[in-house]
Design a protein around this ligand. Structure first.
Ligand code: PXG
Length: 294
């Protein structure tokens, strides 16, 4: 197929149907690797440098040597988008430990593998931004900071998948995880924010949450709008009784939360502060100075 999506694997392009990695790759055998999810809007890769920086920080934390410089990685992402003539895309950048033997010792894996997929994603209903989504607290505790913490964007996502299964089982749109002290860590692939009395609150990354690039953008927008932001522990009660709540993430973008474990948040509709931020957020993702041009 001529128009089949082309996938980058270690410097070469393969049609999607032939883009394969070895069953001896430790990314597959052990979840040993790191990744990023990135979006391109209208020919501009949003916050590409920030995502690449985070990828290399994750790799550093698991002592994984990426066989490309950051600049080469950036070029490889742009090349893959150009190859596929993609102007709008959801980009998945994966670096796995590479091929080893059946033992888990990473020293048996001489070379990491770099994979770049430039596809699209549908992770929420098309009207989610207007209606908000429903969520539940999962029984699954976020991996603690002294374990496979989500501060590292690693290929170990079973913690999130267990929580997502719970959302599916209860018919909720998304799940959230609590950390060991019972405070809110984050969603399965999103950071969580609440609004109370016109101020914004979000948990610190010391709960084992990822330092979200979308969250950082939203915090910046709030500052620009003169809305106070506090990074602080959030209890489930604080979310139940918030005026407004929303998720942020590359895949989810900014999405209002209207319900948590059947408790309606505020009046069950996206609130004024959330709506103001969503408007600003739409402007930022459309701003070519906020990313890297394809
Ligand atoms: N927390 C976790 C654990 C994440 O994986 C975020 C927060 C949001 O971070 P950014 O930087 O994107 O604002 C993420 C990243 C999906 C999906 O399919 C989403 C992520 C990762 C993997 C899959 O929804 N989001």
């Amino acid at each position: 197929m001529d128009n089949e999506l082309q996938i980058y694997i270690d410097g070469k392009f393969y049609p999607k149907s032939e883009a394969k990695v070895s069953v001896y790759d430790h990314g597959f055998l052990y979840g040993d690797g790191v990744f990023e999810g990135i979006r391109a809007y209208n020919g501009v890769v949003f916050k590409l440098k920030e995502h690449i920086d985070r990828l290399y920080r994750s790799a550093h934390a698991i002592m994984l040597t990426i066989p490309l410089t950051k600049q080469e990685m950036l070029q490889a992402v742009l090349d893959t988008l150009r190859k596929n003539k993609m102007q709008n895309s959801y980009i998945r950048l994966v670096v796995s430990r590479g091929i080893g033997d059946l033992g888990l010792d990473p020293r048996k894996c001489p070379k990491a593998s770099v994979i770049i997929i430039t596809d699209t994603i549908q992770c929420k209903a098309s009207n989610a931004q207007e209606t908000g989504i429903t969520t539940i607290f999962s029984w699954v505790q976020r991996n603690p900071v002294n374990a496979t913490t989500h501060e590292i964007k690693s290929l170990n996502y079973l913690n999130s998948i267990l929580a997502k299964l719970e959302a599916n089982a209860y018919g909720a749109d998304e799940a959230m995880c609590l950390e060991s002290s019972g405070c809110i860590a984050e969603g399965v692939g999103e950071n969580v924010f609440i609004v109370k009395n016109g101020e914004i609150f979000t948990p610190p990354t010391s709960t084992g949450a990822l330092s979200g690039i979308t969250a950082e953008v939203v915090v910046g927008l709030a500052a620009k709008l003169g809305i106070k932001v506090a990074i602080t522990n959030l209890t489930p009660f604080m979310l139940f009784t918030a005026d407004e709540a929303f998720f942020t993430g590359t895949a989810m973008e900014m999405t209002p939360i209207r319900e948590v474990n059947k408790r309606v948040i505020g009046d069950g509709k996206p609130g004024v502060v959330t709506k103001k931020l969503v408007t600003e957020f739409q402007k930022v993702i459309a701003d070519p100075t906020q990313g890297t041009k394809i």
